[in-house]
Ligand binder design. Structure first.
Ligand SMILES: *Cc1c(COP(=O)(O)O)cnc(C)c1O
Length: 373
């Protein structure tokens, strides 16, 4: 490597730590049954309509995709807002790819990025990749993003602000009034990215509608994903919404054919599957309540969540050791340390059976820890 001129920005990029897969844990621990509640996947599996659409498209695997991207953009534009069209939509190979294109578009060497201290790690990874410096603003005491403090952190070097709502890993949201007060104080050279990968799960009517901010002409990009509520994490489809001139510009950061038609038609079919959408929301809402009750009974503190995961904080034992002990018993959850909260764990909302298994394992691990202490 010594002869090679390495990219100095890339050398500084930390690797993204993904949640463990079921197969990996089965292999490592020799377990037959593994429950995965570590990556906020949809426990219902994909929509049957999406599976059928993808299956039919397989026989076109020899063709380059382009028609279906246009169809998805058109469908999304029309579904989101009467004022929006395909020109407001950019499709990516998952939400992360969209975040990459947006960062490529607006970050360059010496630029500043501001985000929360406990949020999705890809924001600072991407800013670093394109030569930026990240400023992390601490969360409020109630684990919400502190928008006034983020605004005060803006300097002339600031290029981007990443706001995740609901925020991963806290599940907390930004309200419309917070966003309205914030956006008017952000200078014109700054792009504000709303990561709304979990937006479809929100039931709180105060949640910010970032499309309104876009319509008002603010420098806002909203990023959404088919991975979570639409249950297509393995097919890699996400999108950005912004004013047409911003989308037009971001196309320059897009690789040709960045999503395949198999994934695109599955995404379109999942938009059509209202029954599945409804089931996904109903399951998450009911099962979040089930988990809250279990945490109350175990005397654990949790942050009320608007997403399909719950953060458990102030644990009586070391959070990382707890997540590992739970894993040893076959349930994958996430230690929130890589997301800025070393004293917390994050658990995805699963089916009742999966949640019950997690709660049983958690109770056993906590009791064993108590017995040792
Ligand atoms: C899951 C997730 C994404 C996007 O995931 P993709 O699978 O790439 O669509 C983006 N942001 C956050 C906060 C996420 O949790």
């Amino acid at each position: 490597m010594t002869q090679l001129q390495l990219n100095p920005h890339l050398l500084k990029v930390p690797l993204y730590i993904a949640g463990k897969s079921i197969e990996e844990v089965q292999e490592e621990l020799g377990l037959d049954e593994v429950v995965k509640l570590g990556s906020n996947e949809n426990p219902l599996g994909p929509s049957p309509l999406a599976v059928e659409a993808a299956r039919q498209m397989l026989s076109e695997a020899h063709r380059y995709p382009n028609y279906w991207e246009k169809v998805l953009r058109r469908r999304l534009g029309a579904a989101l807002d009467p004022d929006f069209t395909e020109q407001n939509i950019l499709i990516g190979n998952g939400g992360c790819d969209v975040l990459r294109m947006v960062t490529h578009g607006f970050m360059s060497a010496g630029g500043g990025m501001i985000t929360a201290s406990a949020t999705f790690p890809m924001f600072s990874i991407l800013a670093t990749m394109f030569g930026g410096q990240t400023v992390e603003v601490p969360l409020r005491a109630d684990y919400h993003l502190d928008l006034p403090a983020i605004q005060r952190a803006v300097t002339p070097a600031t290029r981007m602000i990443f706001l995740c709502t609901p925020n991963n890993p806290t599940g907390t949201i930004i309200s419309q009034s917070e966003a309205d007060a914030f956006i008017v104080n952000i200078p014109e050279q700054v792009i504000v990215v709303f990561d709304e990968s979990y937006g479809d799960f929100v039931s709180d009517p105060r949640h910010v509608n970032s499309l309104q901010l876009i319509k008002q002409g603010h420098n806002v990009v909203s990023v959404r994903s088919f991975s979570k509520k639409s249950g297509l994490a393995n097919l890699r489809v996400g999108y950005a919404i912004a004013r047409p001139e911003i989308i037009q510009y971001l196309h320059h950061a897009q690789m040709p054919f960045n999503t395949g038609s198999i994934a695109l038609v599955a995404a379109i079919a999942s938009l059509d599957d209202l029954e599945y959408q409804h089931q996904s929301t109903a399951l998450v809402q009911a099962e979040r309540t089930f988990l809250y009750a279990a945490f109350d009974e175990l005397d654990l503190t949790y942050i009320p969540s608007e997403a399909n995961f719950v953060l458990v904080t102030n644990l009586p034992v070391d959070a990382r050791a707890l997540a590992d002990a739970v894993l040893q018993k076959g349930v994958i959850i996430r230690w929130a340390g890589s997301m800025g909260l070393p004293d917390a764990i994050r658990v995805s909302v699963g089916t009742r059976k999966q949640n019950q298994e997690f709660v049983d394992v958690l109770r056993a691990v906590l009791e064993e820890a108590k017995a040792v202490a």
